[in-house]
Ligand binder design. Structure first.
Ligand code: ADP
Ligand code: MG
Length: 252
């Protein structure tokens, strides 16, 4: 079974340390929620793992199935089975979702391997059925004039098509309305219940999202570290008590 191991990870932006020794293992099939107040390094954590160049990893390691990913380019990380759901996906006018996803799937295949069109559409339609997405949806241009919910639907479909080992989902600031929230939750839950489910790191400060995606583990991030880990009940405790009782500055 696949797993992502984050070991004593340190991340800086410029000279400023943002993540200060974070350790966490996500196994395939598990959902780990990271919660915490704004400005504590949750989004930088996801971006650095995905390979964003602005986020320098200054210590520790990230291993996918025992092999460090830190020397890999972002596209190699994706091919190795990592998926990052971006908070603000861009518009690609004139490119249909079906063609975009086809390129994404093709990019994940080994060099010289051809994606068979019939097999591709069969898989696409199977995933759309799984996620209860209307066939008309995939002829639209990527994110062009999309509502928040439609952007999420596109992202969830992309995730389902790529069948990642590990998915990093940063939902912190995306202003999920109830429609979008339900699309994300239903999409994640459908993939969780399917064969070969991904391991999911779900970054959110909405307790509400965790009513719909019930996590296996909840971690609280404060000042660049995980200061508390618990089960799904920890999210409810945070909802009731806030974060102040957990605040303790990192010592290093
Ligand atoms: P969270 O997702 O927990 O709210 P932030 O995204 O606010 O965390 O990031 C934590 C810290 O890193 C903040 O102090 C923020 O200003 C800083 N930061 C994040 N991204 C950048 C960036 N691209 N350039 C400079 N500073 C950044
Ligand atoms: Mg954030």
């Amino acid at each position: 079974m696949s797993q992502l191991e984050i070991k004593d990870l340190h991340i800086s932006i410029g000279d400023k340390p943002i993540v200060k020794g974070l350790t966490l293992t996500i196994k395939q099939g598990e959902v780990h929620a990271i919660m915490g107040p704004n400005g504590n390094g949750k989004s930088p954590l996801a971006k650095a793992i995905a390979g964003h160049p602005d986020y320098a990893i200054t210590g520790g390691d990230v291993l996918l199935d025992g092999a460090s990913i830190l020397e890999m380019e972002p596209d190699e990380r994706a091919r190795a089975g990592l998926f990052l759901a971006f908070q603000y996906p861009s518009e690609i006018p004139g490119v249909s979702i079906a063609n975009f996803l086809r390129a994404a799937v093709q990019a994940r295949m080994a060099e010289g391997e051809e994606l068979d069109a019939t097999a591709y559409y069969k898989r696409l339609y199977a995933k759309m059925d799984l996620l209860k997405i209307d066939r008309k949806f995939t002829s639209r241009s990527v994110n062009e004039g999309f509502s928040g919910g439609e952007k999420k639907r596109c992202e969830i479909l992309q995730m389902a098509m790529l069948e990642p080992k590990i998915a990093l989902m940063d939902e912190t600031d995306s202003g999920l309305d109830i429609d979008a929230l339900r699309i994300v939750a239903d999409g994640v839950n459908a993939q969780r219940a399917a064969a070969n489910p991904p391991g999911i790191l779900l970054i959110t400060h909405y307790q509400r999202l965790l009513d719909h995606i019930v996590p296996d583990f909840v971690h609280v991030m404060y000042d660049g570290r995980i200061v508390k880990t618990g089960g799904k009940e920890l999210a409810l405790e945070l909802e009731a008590k806030g974060y102040d009782w957990l605040k303790q500055p990192a010592t290093a």
